[in-house]
Design a protein around this ligand. Structure first.
Ligand code: SF4
Length: 411
């Protein structure tokens, strides 16, 4: 099953509203209050801060803090709608751009007004999304100059410094920080790089002030698992993961991979975890971009960790020495566990690396690989032990570097 499901109570103005199955046009967007004149940008910014809207690209950073940082910097300024979702198990950003381009462009317009930006970009890699955005731009003829920049689809291409570097004409690879984009971004100008779901939520909050609270507190989540079943779901924060698993046909799962590949593995007790940045951070996981991949009884967590680490190793941009050696070493050690070739020293090294490596790369890829290793060891010690002795033929084959296991088609 692959579908689009909203669990928001009737009357709440979610993002997965009709028109479903086709791209919204200008008339249908105007009919739900879109592109309303913004007379008091500061008031909207204050409202976003008061509601605690957090970015939906992965880090969950408060949206108002980023907006204020760009607004406080000397102009000219730039705003970017970042629609490049590198996590292989996430489809929400491409779905929004393909089906609701106007709500994203409206959010970009509002972000420009709040920051005082004079120039905007839509950054993406998906060809159908690009067509939908260009069609919407031709329809609405925005006052803000907006260019569409196409990038390659990689794990790191959506990282905010990679976004700026690509728009500036370079490769879509992260850079060392500082400077951060709000200090020196596109063309050296202070730049807001905002995820497209974040911008869509800003627009939805503005067009329906009565529903701003639930809009700010809801999430688009991509759920997938064994057998190819997947769904794009909109739910209030705090929804238990069991609800999401049931919706996608994975209610009998044994474990879950959180946050795309960024939040690590979680086993017993996963069903009662409430969805949210803080709740998942509190258990050593992460919500990331909101992608959840469930593991069925037939899925071995060792095999999933091996495949995730192999994928991340292949996606490393190979520009930070610690990432090149670290992701490679983690992937090799996990593969040794799967093959029954790991001694106690290998497991000890995995423990050590998973504590020492996070935060040492220019982007989060190394952190993701380390967390996968750490959570496998911490939460599945029996399975790791069982593999160490004799390996497992099924896990030994699980070294695909293309992330096939985690890939989800855009509904
Ligand atoms: S941490 Fe890895 S993926 Fe990220 S910028 Fe450095 S080399 Fe590239």
């Amino acid at each position: 099953m692959t579908g689009v499901i909203s669990l928001l109570p009737e009357g709440r103005h979610g993002l997965l509203v009709p028109p479903l199955g086709r791209s919204e046009d200008l008339d249908s967007y105007l009919a739900v209050g879109g592109y309303a004149p913004l007379v008091a940008p500061q008031r909207l910014l204050d409202r976003i801060a008061a509601l605690g809207l957090r970015g939906r690209g992965g880090a969950g950073f408060p949206a108002a803090v980023k907006l204020r940082a760009v607004r406080a910097a000397p102009g000219p300024r730039v705003v970017v709608a970042n629609g490049e979702e590198g996590e292989p198990g996430s489809v929400k950003d491409r779905w929004l751009l393909r089906h609701r381009p106007h709500v994203v462009l409206d959010g970009l317009r509002l972000a420009a007004a709040m920051t005082g930006a004079e120039r905007g970009f839509v950054y993406l890699s998906d060809a159908p999304a690009e067509r939908a955005v260009r069609r919407a731009l031709a329809e609405c003829a925005p006052e803000l100059r907006i260019d569409v920049v196409r990038t390659e689809h990689t794990y790191v291409a959506g990282e905010e410094s990679a976004v700026v570097r690509r728009i500036n004409g370079g490769p879509a690879l992260p850079t060392a920080k500082p400077p951060r984009p709000f200090e020196s971004g596109v063309g050296g100008a202070p730049t807001l790089v905002a995820n497209v779901e974040t911008l869509a939520r800003v627009a939805a909050m503005y067009s329906r002030p009565d529903a701003a609270d639930p809009v700010a507190g809801s999430h688009l989540v991509t759920v997938s698992g064994p057998g190819g079943g997947a769904a794009l779901v909109e739910v209030p924060a705090g929804t238990h993961l069991k609800v999401l698993a049931d919706l996608s046909g994975h209610g009998r799962a044994d474990a879950v991979l959180l946050g795309g590949l960024f939040g690590g593995l979680y086993g017993e007790g996963w069903a009662d975890l409430p969805l949210g940045h803080d709740s998942l951070n509190a258990v050593g996981g992460a919500l990331g971009c909101g992608a959840l991949h469930f593991l069925g009884p037939e899925d071995c967590p060792v095999a999933v960790a091996v495949e995730a680490a192999a994928y991340l190793g292949a996606q490393s941009a190979r520009q930070c020495g610690v990432c090149v050696s670290g992701t490679g070493a983690l992937a090799r050690a996990l593969s040794a566990v799967a093959h029954g070739e790991a001694g106690y020293d290998t497991v000890e090294k995995l423990h050590r690396w998973s504590r020492q490596l996070p935060g040492r790369g220019a982007c989060g890829l190394l952190d993701a690989a380390a967390r996968i290793g750490a959570t496998l060891l911490d939460r599945f010690p029996d399975q790791v032990d069982a593999h160490r002795g004799s390996g497992c033929p099924a896990c030994s084959d699980a070294a695909s570097e293309d992330g096939r296991r985690f890939a989800v088609p855009v509904p």
